[in-house]
Every structure is written in C-alpha cells, then in structure tokens.
Design a protein around this ligand. Structure first.
Ligand SMILES: *Cc1c(COP(=O)(O)O)cnc(C)c1O
Length: 222
C-alpha cells in the first residue's frame, strides 16, 4: 500500500468539493500514521477510546483526533481533554457524560449525533424521533456543541440502497438546518461515506468522509 499516493489521490478527488477527509487509522501503527501525516494529512479518526488516547500521546500535537466509533460512557474521560470531534453520540446518557467530562477538562466538546439509516439492526444510531428528542435536551449541556450528524449505510454492494440511505440522512440534515434550536447546536457537518461508498456520499452532500482501507489497506482482523 502506498499511503502517500492514496491520500494524494483522495485529496485530489475531494479537491473541488467542500468535503473533508478523515483518515481512519484504527489498528494502524504509529509509523503508518506518520506516513500519512507527512503528506500533510492532519485529521485522523479512531474507534476505540484507549487507542485514541495512546496515539494522541505518541504522535504530533497538531493532529486533530476524531472519535468515530461507538463510545461507552465510562471511556469518555480518556479522550475528553483533547478530542476534536465525537462523531458517534447516540444517547442522552452519553451526551450527559461528555458534558460532565468537558466540564472537568474545561472545554466545549464538538459532537455529531449518529443517526440510524441502515437496514441492519446491529448498526448504532438514533431514529429520527429520538434525534429530535435528544436535540431538545442539548441546551442543558453547556460543554457540548452539536455541529451536525453522522450516519453509516448498510454494508451492501447495492448502490441503490446506499443512495437511498444517504439521501434520507441528507434530508434529515437539511430539515434540521432550517429549524431553530438552542445556540449550542449548529447543523453544519454531515459525516457520511467510507472507503466503499464515499463517492456516493460526496455526491449526496457529505462534508466529512471517514476513509481507512482506501488509504492504509486492509486492516488485520482483531
Ligand atoms: C472503520 C470505520 C470507518 C472506515 O472504514 P473503511 O471501510 O476502512 O474506510 C468509517 N467509519 C467508522 C465508524 C468506522 O468504524
């Protein structure tokens, strides 16, 4: 895998769009992340809090670290002092804990709310009515800033299914954009698209793609 070339190609592909590249470095060693870093990539995504904390410790401090995976409440404390964006907030309990840890770390933590758009039961995320309910509670959390939504499509080769799910998420995003919420909610980021489906996501209005395999190659199964 030529990490440098892969990133350059992706950057070029995204170049004319306003979409940001999150390099998903989960399971990748520090050396590989540094290879990506030396191409100018500064935004990386991880899905485990402890691994994220360790990499933040071991790598240059101008990296912006994003938490993209399911986050357990008891792990929030490891990342609260430095995390740039949590993509995967899917409950009021988690929001409350992030607020508490933000208070301790004395910083406002930017968050996306994860919406369930896939067919599969196993995928995390909020249904639309749960999303609306959660948004109504955000004014209670001064150490949270909600900046948008995240979603994952069904794992399928059927492009029509993926297209339908991303279109649905974009529709939610646009609907919420036009609504009035508390001032710590600002709908500006739409995190959708991974290695297998980012071209569709970009076409349908994504502002952040989370790409791992297409940069670093297949991950070792853990
Ligand atoms: C691993 C992961 C990705 C990246 O997946 P690739 O297929 O390797 O691009 C994106 N989003 C989330 C939430 C992930 O866990």
């Amino acid at each position: 895998m030529n990490i440098k070339n892969n990133i350059k190609l992706l950057q070029r592909e995204l170049g004319d769009t306003k979409c940001k590249l999150i390099a998903v470095s989960k399971t990748q060693p520090v050396e590989k992340i540094l290879e990506a870093y030396h191409t100018g990539q500064r935004v990386f995504g991880e899905n485990k809090a402890k691994e994220l904390e360790k990499k933040w410790n071991d790598l240059p401090k101008d990296i912006e670290w994003h938490m993209i995976g399911h986050l357990q409440t008891n792990k929030v404390k490891y990342i609260a002092p430095f995390v740039s964006l949590i993509h995967s907030v899917d409950s009021g309990k988690l929001l409350e804990e992030i607020n508490k840890q933000g208070n301790k770390a004395n910083r406002v933590i930017p968050c996306l709310l994860q919406v369930h758009i896939a067919n599969e039961e196993s995928k995390f995320g909020l249904k639309y009515d749960e999303l609306l309910q959660l948004l109504d509670t955000v004014n209670n959390f001064p150490f949270i800033k909600v900046t948008g939504l995240m979603g994952m499509s069904t794992l399928t080769d059927d492009q029509a299914v993926i297209r339908k799910e991303f279109t649905q998420l974009k529709q939610y995003f646009d609907d919420l954009k036009s609504k009035k919420f508390s001032k710590n909610i600002e709908m500006k980021e739409l995190s959708m698209g991974m290695s297998s489906d980012y071209p569709i996501a970009v076409e349908l209005g994504s502002t952040m793609v989370r790409v791992g395999t297409a940069i670093f190659g297949e991950r070792n199964k853990v």
